[in-house]
Design a binder for this molecule. Structure first.
Ligand code: RFL
Length: 391
């Protein structure tokens, strides 16, 4: 098979890229290791920056988001005895949208199927070849066990954190920046209406807790846990008791709604950034190039920003101008590092270390961010995001 752009991975980055490329008049083929049902069933992110929503609006992909998503002007930040609303709009930012990644992936996938996109699911043993030549290609084994080969002008690795494309960046060029955090997140979904009209970020001496939502009947929670904890040590009763304590259920007439827990898992917090995001005819986008801790809710938004930059760059290249493609890695990484900084500083302000001195520093930081106009404006901008800068 031959195409202009071979895309590895049918997560949000790969699906959106193929959609945006089509609008640039560029054909692509997607290969995905998993089944379509598996990809659509994966729960993950849930918060979209205004700039991401702008991209989806412009691409004609946001009808369901505007119908079923929840627009939020801000968040609550709290610690024992104090609860403050940070209104992003009042502080110069823009609203964010709560919309499950699985819903967005479904919208993207439906749009690709409707457009007749060539997509191959259940492809194993994907390997990249000759990415530093002008005739790169990839090989794999399709769902029926047949070997496939796709020749392309460029290959884009949208294959997430566990993907293979990153390894095709020349070792001599590659730099990897990594920080492992000394805590993990226990995340769980519950079939229970949200107990709050906005997302709650709670500092508590025992550890961070977060309450967010997916719909009027599904709530999402995260708890800071020890990195050595195993999910089997967390019964549903223990989870609810800990969540209620850390979120201050019963304080000031606020009560946590509890109910059936439908999914729970433990995720280590880490930041890992691979540079550059382009080498010759290979481009990386989304989690294939970078993962950041979910505290700042930036991962999905970075994936959307990357492919927006890349589609524009490949469109210009097709018309004879390679400058945006040459600038892609630097442009994307500028946004990535800003998101990494926010994810780091926001995580550091909220996750307790067990050191009473750190506790006081964190509380001073949270007090400043939520009461000072300067601190609040910075938090609003970092949370709600800035427009995607091209070039
Ligand atoms: P994905 O979604 O991982 O998709 C990559 C796809 O590539 C496929 N693949 C391969 N295909 C072919 N051959 C191979 N060898 C392959 N290897 C892998 C995979 O099967 C998969 O389908 O990456 P993508 O598209 O870059 O999208 C990134 C986002 O999924 C990720 O950044 C977010 O989920 C991160 N994230 C959050 N981001 C936000 O913006 N806001 C949030 O609130 C937020 N919360 C979260 C999160 C991530 C979490 N976890 C579990 C990592 C909360 C959590 C708990």
């Amino acid at each position: 098979m031959k195409t202009r752009v071979a895309i590895i991975g049918a997560g949000p980055a790969g699906l959106l890229l193929s959609h945006l490329l089509e609008r640039e008049g560029i054909e692509s083929i997607i290969v995905e290791a998993q089944s379509s049902d598996f990809v659509l069933g994966r729960f993950r992110a849930g918060l979209l920056e205004a700039a991401s929503v702008d991209v989806l609006d412009e691409a004609g992909l946001s009808e369901r988001l505007h119908r079923d998503g929840l627009e939020h002007r801000g968040v609550y930040v709290q610690w024992p005895g104090t609860k403050r609303a940070v209104d992003f709009v009042e502080r110069g930012g823009r609203p964010v949208w709560v919309y499950g990644q699985s819903e967005l992936t479904r919208d993207l996938s439906d749009a690709r199927f409707a457009a007749g996109q060539q997509m191959y699911y259940n492809v194993s043993d994907v390997a990249l070849h000759d990415v530093d030549s002008s005739a790169p290609f990839l090989t794999g084994v399709d769902a029926t066990g047949r070997s496939i080969r796709i020749d392309a002008d460029v290959i884009v690795g949208c294959d997430g954190f566990a993907g293979v494309s990153r390894d095709s960046l020349a070792q001599s060029l590659r730099a990897v920046y990594e920080r492992r955090y000394p805590h993990s997140w226990l995340g769980f979904f519950a079939d229970v209406p949200p107990s709050s009209d906005q997302i709650i970020f709670a500092w508590h001496p025992e550890g961070f807790a977060m309450h967010t939502m997916r719909s009027a009947s599904i709530s999402r929670f995260h708890l800071q846990v020890d990195p050595h904890d195993h999910i089997s040590a967390w019964s549903d009763d223990r989870i609810w008791e800990t969540t209620a304590r850390r979120l201050g259920s019963g304080d000031n007439d606020w009560t946590l709604h509890t109910g059936p827990i439908t999914e729970k898992s433990i995720l280590p917090l880490r930041c890992r950034i691979t540079t550059p995001m382009r080498h010759a005819r290979l481009f990386l986008a989304g989690d294939a190039a970078h993962v950041v801790p979910p505290t700042g809710a930036k991962g999905l938004n970075l994936a959307i920003a990357d492919v927006t930059l890349l589609a524009r760059a490949l469109g210009a290249w097709k018309r004879g101008d390679e400058s945006l493609a040459n600038a892609y890695s630097d442009s994307a990484l500028r946004r990535v590092w800003r998101a990494a900084e926010f994810s780091w500083s926001w995580s550091s302000a909220l996750h307790t270390t067990g050191d009473p001195f750190d506790d006081q520093l964190q509380l001073a930081q949270l007090d400043w961010l939520t009461s000072s106009p300067t601190g609040g404006a910075g938090l609003a901008e970092k949370f709600s995001g800035v427009p995607i800068a091209f070039g």
